[in-house]
Design a protein around this ligand. Sequence first.
Ligand code: MN
Length: 189
Amino acid sequence: MFTLIQLPYASLAPVISDQTLSFHHGKHLQTYVDNLNKLIAGTEFEGKTLEEIIRKSTGGIFNNAGQILNHELYFLQFAPKPAPAGGRLLAQIVKQWGSPEAFRAEFEAKGAGVFGSGWVWLAAGEAGELCILQCPGADNPVAHGLKPILTFDVWEHAYYLDYQNRRGAYLKELWKIVDWKVVEERYAK
Ligand code: MN
């Protein structure tokens, strides 16, 4: 049985309003959890991890498992008072993009460019090389053999109450709450 993750903070306002956080975590993510539990009951996927399910499933099971993993990575990477970027991850970003600003600009542009609902990801390959992925729907780096490091949700439910159609403004604001300590730990794992 999958359960809804607890959030390690009470609020991320004003970047993400309390109303958006409440609906996004308490309603949208809860629905994916409930759906997946129903879909996998009595199947080969019962008792498997989200990553295992994502690698082997298709259709509704893939979509709901993917959305749970994606949202867990999204919500758990934020903090009201986040740690700044540093360490090996920052060094790799500078090596590949030239500067953190250049990386953020490409990440925002790729997030803005996802057509319809989806996700933009920073992911790592076997040798630690980084890439920015645009993923539709529930898709994610795990399904492509890559390690997920950082993600911005670009489904409208993630930003519409606060930013309406201004996805680019939402993406730009999110940097203010990215906790790079969490993101670096994912890269180091
Ligand atoms: Mn979402």
